[in-house]
Design a protein around this ligand. Structure first.
Ligand code: ATP
Length: 431
């Protein structure tokens, strides 16, 4: 299974999805750049998240807080003291590990590692004045009162944001799973104390449904209930949604019941009233907070692992019969390219381009490719997960029809050019 991850890493680089950061200088641990298809996939995930949880709901509003926040925020939130991992170091090879995630590799100086006692290591990136945020939640707490008032929302309601977060992880590994710079998408959902447990269950379901709607298979997901004694200092209950990655079943997303810990702590530290006033009952209280959270890069890795398939060559091409073929079964809404438009031979390019231009005004993410044999071009599109290829051939000049090829079934259908947009519209089923 680890082998699958290696294949994915090399595919991602070869096809311009994910590239190691600053690679021409030897890279920088745990930082990745996204190439043209990678950023398209990532943006599609983020767009769907926003549509589902912000624009698609009446009870959640969006925001974007700054990456840099006053250091006092991190003192009040408990991060300065408590955002720590246990670090151990090998006395022989001097490599450092997270104590709860020891490397399976042997010591490079021979034999087993000889480890130091664990010590607390704060994983926030320090700047001269403050820290780079390790999560986006705090901005939603510090601005809670203002956003509640300006948006005129009444409890229960949520604030959502998505954005860069930074963690100085002791060990970065497993590709996008544990990186130092990544995006978190999370919601702080404010409820009346007492309504928190019901709201928790609703969010856990909404969170899992979202992951399933992206096309991830149900059998690859698991829930993990954190035992009471292992809960973070602010949490009453935490459940992780785990994914069966090739390197093990690990956290993909989570939901936590943060109680009134954050608003209370910030009120105490800042001296500003962060309570909610209920107009109807005339009560004033600190709401409880349910926090569903997910990392976009981890989600992207899970989507890729789920969609990635290596098969024996299934496309008839004389030059590539023996090579294995890679197909990414992305759902149409996530696929970086929705449709590829291909002339059978270059001579037909001019006519084919008319179809391409027409589809481009509809969906934007359309590719035109005229180079190489038709089989090669189908394979290139399968490899980036394009759901449909449209081929214009010599018969098309006469019968005004094109061939539409389905990525997953490889079924080919002749469709009237005048009907093509409607046909694809129904097949893709996206806005
Ligand atoms: P872990 O136990 O794996 O370190 P965590 O419990 O510290 O994760 P949270 O603080 O709950 O993670 O972070 C919210 C989400 O951000 C996680 O569910 C995960 O998807 C993502 N995430 C956290 N750390 C990283 C990282 N180093 N690289 C990529 N994504 C991350």
């Amino acid at each position: 299974m680890e082998d699958k991850l290696e294949k994915i890493v090399s595919w991602a680089k070869r096809r311009g999805f994910i590239i190691p950061g600053s690679e021409i200088y030897g890279g920088i641990g745990g930082v990745y750049d996204f190439g043209p298809y990678g950023v398209a996939l990532k943006n599609n995930i983020k767009k769907l998240w926003w549509q589902t949880f912000v624009s698609g709901r009446d009870d959640v509003v969006g925001m974007e807080s700054a990456i840099l926040m006053n250091r006092k925020v991190w003192q009040a939130s408990g991060h300065e003291k408590g955002f720590v991992d246990e670090l151990v170091e090998c006395k022989k090879c001097h490599r450092r590990f997270k104590a709860d995630d020891l490397s399976k590799e042997k010591c490079s100086s021979g034999g087993e590692h000889e480890l130091t006692e664990p010590k607390a290591f704060n994983t926030m990136f320090k700047t001269d004045e403050t820290y780079l945020r390790p999560e986006t939640a705090q901005g939603m707490f510090t601005d809670f009162r203002q956003i509640a008032e300006t948006s005129r929302q009444k409890i229960p309601f949520g604030i959502a944001q998505m954005g860069k977060s930074f963690r100085n992880e002791i060990n970065t590994k497993d590709f996008l799973f544990r990186v130092r710079e990544f995006e978190i998408a999370e919601i702080e959902y404010f409820v009346k104390p007492g309504d928190d447990e019901k709201s928790f269950d609703e969010w856990l379901k909404a969170w899992e449904d979202f992951v399933l709607n992206l096309g991830i298979k149900k059998e690859n997901l698991e829930q993990y209930e954190h035992p009471k004694e292992g809960l973070a200092h602010y949490s009453k209950r935490t459940v992780d949604i785990q994914y069966k990655f090739p390197f093990g079943t690990k956290e993909l997303a989570g939901v936590a019941n943060r109680t009134d810990f954050d608003l209370k702590s910030h009120e105490e530290a800042s001296g500003k009233d962060l309570k909610y006033f209920d107009e109807e009952t005339k009560e004033k209280y600190w709401p409880y907070v349910i926090e569903p959270t997910m990392g976009i890069e981890r989600l992207m890795l899970a989507i890729i692992c789920d969609a990635f398939e290596e098969l024996e060559a299934r496309t008839e091409t004389t030059e590539a019969k023996t090579e294995n073929e890679i197909v990414l079964h992305f759902s149409p809404q996530l696929a970086p390219i929705k449709v590829a438009v291909l002339p059978l031979v270059k001579k037909l390019s001019e006519e084919t381009k008319k179809i391409y231009q027409d589809l481009k005004t509809c969906w934007g993410d359309i590719e035109f490719d005229e180079s190489g044999s038709i089989g090669r071009r189908y394979r290139r599109q399968d490899e980036i997960g394009t759901p449909y290829c449209v081929t214009f051939d010599f018969d098309s000049l006469e019968d005004k029809k094109v061939t539409v090829r389905d990525r997953d079934t490889m079924k080919q259908e002749r469709i009237e050019i005048s009907e093509l947009k409607n046909f694809l519209f129904r097949k893709l089923n996206i806005s």
